[in-house]
Design a protein. Structure first.
Length: 90
């Protein structure tokens, strides 16, 4: 195995690979696998769109600082800022 192989930033061990192989050989409950949803959960009745946004390093740092302090994601902070803007109240 390549020592550079990682999963979520952590090295993957031979033991983990063996455990995955044993799990696969034992078989999977197909009905349980089909119950899992695909993709991220919806945010409401309407479909949502992904929007690319360019921010400076300082703008992104400010969002990340606030998100960390409030225990929220970047997206939540940005959505709150938009919903609290003066033009959204009109």
């Amino acid at each position: 195995m390549d020592p550079q192989e990682t999963m979520n930033g952590a090295p993957v061990s031979e033991e983990q690979i063996a455990a995955w192989a044993a799990e696969a050989e034992a078989g999977f409950d197909v009905s349980a696998l089909k119950k899992r949803g695909r993709g991220r959960p919806g945010r409401g009745a309407e479909p949502s769109q992904v929007v690319a946004l360019r921010l400076t390093t300082s703008e992104l740092a400010a969002i990340d600082d606030r998100a960390l302090k409030e225990g929220k994601s970047r997206s939540e902070i940005i959505r709150e800022a938009i919903s609290n803007s003066p033009s959204s109240a009109a």
